[in-house]
Design a protein around this ligand. Structure first.
Ligand SMILES: C[S@@+](CC[C@H](N)C(=O)[O-])C[C@H]1O[C@@H](n2cnc3c(N)ncnc32)[C@H](O)[C@@H]1O
Length: 361
């Protein structure tokens, strides 16, 4: 019983830290802090927060976002005081430091990008937890579409980590990659080659920066190979409307991925054209270098999506059928493990569907 209680608490503390690093909303942080303290934000929890969240940079190289951290410290102090608890000196000192600091510009206006750390809690599966830093817009209402971390890419990442063997030693090509999270995860499970892409140039710039943050920048590939490392993530400008068949054919991926790419009806026919080109690939001379399994297994696509507009999704299904693509809903049959249980304010996994696509030509 004691062990179980400890397990539960230990988990809540790791959720609290992961939620803070991912810049979850303050209500979620306070809720987790209360769970850690058994119903209120105890002094022990405040010490943990100071040491492992605010000062994690000292030990682990994470630098919490200044304005976000200041806001959370304020909210924690309010939560403790309104419960007539004792606020530890360190928290008051930290708030005083934030208030008097040069960066204290009272408003959020003018800042568009922050670096969030998405921590995958994989230790239950015998793997080491790991965090992926990503520069992105602070929330879904700010910035470009491609600079937000959308729920489908979180779901697709959990799927990849749950079934790594599907992706290891495979050439993977992601379309509409946004911040690039899926590409980093594909590299983690040792895909032989990873190509991330987007049609929006400013999104692509931000994605390159994220590959750099994760030490995966494509320019480093040559050096890494020399050092016998397997790093190979390439960033490519792929506007679905104008990219030519010839430009796509050079890649011949085994697996095509897309997260939250079905939302604009005018893009749907172009998206289907692209999927169709990749999925109807026949074995070619290039395939002779691949092992037997890769050479004869047809390409497959995995598309994760939140269906916000049924008409748009039906339009996608109609075009897919006309292009002789088979779509299988694998959301329930191939459920991913939950590696992001602490992300309650930004990620509702129940809303995401996962589809497998094949060509039946
Ligand atoms: C909703 S965001 C999803 C981003 C990322 N996959 C995720 O789930 O976090 C859609 C992405 O598709 C890209 N995109 C939309 N239409 C596109 C088009 N016609 N050609 C290429 N990329 C496109 C956008 O720039 C954006 O990065």
């Amino acid at each position: 019983m004691v062990g179980r209680k400890y397990d539960f608490l230990g988990r809540q503390f790791s959720y609290l830290k992961a939620a803070f690093l991912a810049m979850e909303q303050s209500v979620n942080i306070i809720d987790l802090a209360r769970k850690c303290g058994g119903g209120y934000v105890s002094e022990g929890v405040q010490f943990f927060f100071l040491e492992h969240c605010l000062n994690s940079g000292i030990h682990e190289g994470f630098e919490p976002d200044f304005i976000y951290a200041r806001n959370i410290v304020k909210k924690i102090i309010i939560a403790v005081e309104s419960n007539h608890g004792t606020v530890v000196d360190g928290l008051y000192e930290q708030l005083a430091h934030y208030m008097s600091s040069f960066q204290d510009n009272t408003s959020h206006n003018g800042r568009s990008r922050v670096v969030k750390h998405i921590t995958f809690l994989t230790d239950d599966d015998g793997l080491e937890n790991f965090s992926i830093p990503l520069q992105c817009s602070e929330n879904m209402l700010e910035g470009d579409t491609g600079c937000v971390i959308w729920p489908s890419s979180l779901f697709l990442s959990e799927f990849i980590l749950t079934y790594p063997n599907i992706f290891s030693n495979k050439c993977c090509f992601e379309i509409g990659s946004g911040v690039g999270l899926v590409g980093v995860v594909l590299n983690k499970v040792k895909a032989s080659e990873v190509i991330v892409s987007d049609g929006d140039l400013s999104t692509l710039e931000n994605m390159k920066l994220n590959l750099d943050l994760n030490k995966l920048q494509s320019e480093r590939t040559a050096v890494s190979q020399r050092l016998n490392e397997t790093v190979s993530v390439k960033c490519k400008h792929v506007p679905w409307e104008t990219i030519s068949e010839k430009e796509l054919e050079v890649h011949q991926p085994d697996i095509i991925l897309g997260a939250d790419v079905i939302y604009n009806p005018s893009c749907v026919p172009h998206l289907i054209r692209l999927l169709s080109i990749f999925l109807t690939r026949r074995s070619s001379n290039d395939d002779t270098n691949k092992n037997e399994e890769c050479r004869f297994s047809p390409p497959v696509a995995f598309i994760a999506t939140v269906i916000r507009n049924v008409e748009t999704f039906n339009y996608f299904l109609k075009h897919a059928a006309e292009a002789h693509l088979t779509i299988i809903d694998i959301t329930e049959t191939n459920k991913p493990h939950s590696f992001l249980p602490y992300m309650v304010s930004t990620y509702n996994r129940a809303n995401v569907r996962l589809y497998k696509l094949l060509s039946h030509i």
